[in-house]
Design a protein around this ligand. Sequence first.
Ligand code: NZQ
Ligand code: ZN
Length: 387
Amino acid sequence: MQSFTFWNPTKIVFGQDTAGQVGKQAAKFGQKVLMVYGQSSIKKTGVYDLVKKSLEASSLQVVEFAGVKSNPVLSHVREGVQLAKEQQVDLIVAVGGGSVIDESKAIAAGARTDGDVWDFFIDKATVRDALPIVTVLTLAATASEMNSGGVVTNEETGQKFNIGSPLLFPKVSILDPTLTYTVPANYTAYSGVDAICHLLEGYFTATDPNTPLQDRLVEALVKTVMESTDRILVDPRDYEARATMMWSATLALNGLTPAGIGPFGFPNHMIEHSLSAIYDIAHGAGLSIVLPAWMAYTARRAPARFARFGREVFGISEADDQQAAAKGTAALKAWFERIGSPTTLTAAGIPATDIPKIAANAVMLAKKWRLDDYTEEVIGEILQLAR
Ligand code: NZQ
Ligand code: ZN
């Protein structure tokens, strides 16, 4: 195991009927709130009323900022920054899924700088200050509720890039599994894919062989996410399954599982961000296309980790590493298909002739993330396996 610092200051309030605590939690960070939310779901589900009432009951003044789209965009972030500055809000309350929380993080940083918020995404500026953020999570997938990153697409450049800073950890996140009862089957599937991919990026790309605890944590979480997703797809109001999925997804990207594994990368996310930037498909749908292809490509040279994955997660008994790796990858791909997440570009309506364009976009993020082995040619070869 390698040396590490693990620091995660987000307070989690978890459980049924906890959303009504948001006012009490938010009041600790100021008096005037920017309430950020998405397109329409929270008004349909009643979460809007619940949160608004709770904030007002704690005598908080609420300025609303609606309309965050799935795969949030820079132009809308800039509107939010302007509103936060004009209204001189003290804090942000983000009510929604990863997109709402990510955009809230960008607004939180943008509201406390005189410069352009995009400078934080292209590493031209460092976040030095940010508004405090409290979240009420309505979709369990990204772990944005308990991490310090956010992803936004710049519509002008086509870049889907990330912002990151210890100042962007939410102060408090309220995780009420009953708020996810209404998440439709397609997003339930994409969420399972996303959480699994968060776990596997480190599991497959780190090179320290002495990480039995981290390996088993990942394997247990992957199995648990699969089991919960299967249950939710049968009964969307299965409390135990929704609760288990919600906490699993949070743990999948809050820094816990890779602590001690040493350096690792996010190559699948690097490639996927181009799919959701260019075609505006759901992030999880993009990942179920990229991950099996990337696994097949990478296992050709170094099958051992992929073989272990197949054996531990899918019970594959093949002694040969290449064969066990191939069977494990096939089993994961088959599960993605079974839950209704696409596993080929064609299934998502993306023509194979676009592969060079996607690779040219992805390489911009490969450079930012210093994934130097991922040239346009390599990314193109991986995508050819996902046609
Ligand atoms: O906009 P509304 O009307 O609220 O609808 C949303 C949206 O259409 C809907 N929804 C949310 N909660 C619901 C619900 N519908 C019914 N009932 C509910 N309770 O679901 C749709 C998807 O929501 P979104 O927030 O976009 O999904 P998700 O949480 O998967 O977030 C995806 C974004 O997060 C980024 C992705 O790239 C993508 O832009 N990621 C953020 C990460 C992070 N901050 O750490 C890491 C991830 O790897 C990922 O990149
Ligand atoms: Zn992800």
